[in-house]
Design a protein. Sequence first.
Length: 360
Amino acid sequence: MINDDERIALFLDYENLAIGAREGLGVSPFDFGPVADALAERGRVVSRRAYADWSYFDEDRRLLARAQVELIEIPQKVGGSRKNAADIKLAVDAIELAYERGFVTTFAIGTGDSDFTPLVHKLREMDKRVIGIGVQSSTSALLPPACDEFLFYDRLPGVDAHPPARKGRRREPVAATPAPDPVVVMADPGPAAEEPMTAASDGDVGRLVASTLTGLQRHADGPVLASRLKRAILRKDPTFDEGDHGFRGFGELLRHLEGERVVELRQGSAQGDPEVSFPEVGSADGDAFALLVDVVRGLQGPDGVQLSGLKDQMRKRVPDFTEKRYGFNGFLSFAKAARARGLVAMEWDEELADHRVRVR
């Protein structure tokens, strides 16, 4: 039943996330999509709020408004610090919501700042599940252990990171740069330019199903049923309709994808609601790893091949290649699986701020 879903309230310490993503990952403006998708796999997001001085994030402001995020304005006060006011406002709002909305089961706190650790402890005392979200390089080591689950933004599927090259020894993660004190008002996002809604292409529907199934399998306590899979897909894309792709029902779409070796179906506990999983490791999986090995062997020099760009090289051979077809949430995970199977060697290059891959 749909009431079995987690009901999530999202609170974003936006300056911390945006600055961390820009300085640590080279991502600007901050891409909210991977966060929304990760939470959609975990439950229904019933509230979304982001806190910042939006005069510093004009483009982000428009993107978040389109994503239905409520913007809380924390204007800068000359000669003061707005950081503490933003932190306090977020904490007060979270506790208030916890008391007033008993149906909210989970709080997602987007920040890397250890100042929010007491808030996390208090929410857990109130029997709320807490998911933390932060950029790895700007997340305090104190925060992740306090949460029930912590998502590093860097590792979310869909994050296109281009970290600046670093030299010398790595520093331990620290909290993000403090930000300045405010008067709190609700931001008026202004009229956002409307963009036409377009349905996913037929090639994309398999990727959407596979990527959603991957996320559900990582966090499910049991088998993933078709009904649960469709609810998660609809949370990612409320416009999704299998009829747009030529199928009369979601079950027919799944049977088509089973024929394409994207998913595998088994009889579920209820009639017409099968269990959905990925095919057992077999020839298709082996072909993907063989392709990786062949491409690396053809490109590698004395120092191997840089990981970034390697997927594009594989797609020159097989245009529709995607690691999600085989149950991996990102190309890095796929490469690590090849390393675990002894097919390639992979190591981090500090100068490039990237992995180097070579055939053993």
